[in-house]
Design a protein around this ligand. Sequence first.
Ligand SMILES: [Zn+2]
Length: 368
Amino acid sequence: MVKKDKNIVLNLAKLSKYFGQRYDLIQAAGGNSSIKLNKKMFIKSSGYSLAELSISNGYSKVNNQILVDYLSKVKNKKITRYEEDRSFKILKNSLSDGGNPSIETLAHSILKKYTIHLHPIAFNMITVQKNSNLKINKIFKREIDSNQIYYIEYKTPGVALAKEIFNKLNGKPPKNNECCFILENHGIITSASSINKLISFTELITQKAEKSLNVNFERYKKTTKISNELGIAGFKNMSVLYSEDLIINDFLKKFNFTKINEPLNPDSLLYCGLSLMNSNGNLKRSLEEYKYKYRTYPRVIKIKDKIYFVAENILKAKEIEDVFKSHLYLYSEVSQKRPLSKDDIKRLESYNPQKNRLRFWFDYEGKK
Ligand SMILES: [Zn+2]
């Protein structure tokens, strides 16, 4: 891969990770992200979640001009099944690298350099309401008047939605440095001239939507703050999951956290780490102390009465949650435990030096 492309994909992965870890903004494998460079566009592939996109996985490279030209041809046409099928062929023809590009690739094609499509809970709490158009017009009057925000009536994802956006913009790229399309019964597409603008604008308007509903999703936003603190401590690009598991939270009320620290089986060691981290609120200091002692990052973090899981991506963090819950079950039995010995731990830790790249701790790479 040429260096320029590599930098773009690294930025795309960074962007996807930022949004991919936030439950308030996107759930499961929904949403997509893209970056344009001249006439090329790098976009998340279909079938991947934002969290999985990396330099070696989950993105497609397309010729953007082919897509824009196609949209200008269909802008006045009725979108039939035949046209939908044709749009898939056009998408395929535009592909120069990677798997099938996301179904929303056409919608991204005329937008700004950096684009993200999300399903924020707060926005969708509004967009599914019968009078959503009126409400959006009221909440975002200033942004709509200045062509920063557009309301898009429900359209099937794909060419029908892309055509609607294309026509709202009169076939021209958006003028503002940042803009957002609010999609009825669906979500949002935000686009901006820089990554920082894309992030700050998306956060700002989402907060505005939350405020109008009087809902507070601070508990999900906190995962971004923890991820930033981990970055400052030297562990960059980590994803953080806030646990809402009832069993876990119930157990934690009963347990003394320092007494359930030792790994009791190999999976607990690999997924949850050698030690859990307990922070009284001074996260920076707790992270420094943990790093000094264990030379790695904590996989399980307790901050006051809340519990978070840390991993390279949000899917892996969910696996940690799974294993941690089983760890708590093991400790819930009152009899004295037999933790793994120091030698056992040493042996397991040396077992697979590339474990982070593999799915499971005993997976191994066969002879190539
Ligand atoms: Zn969507």
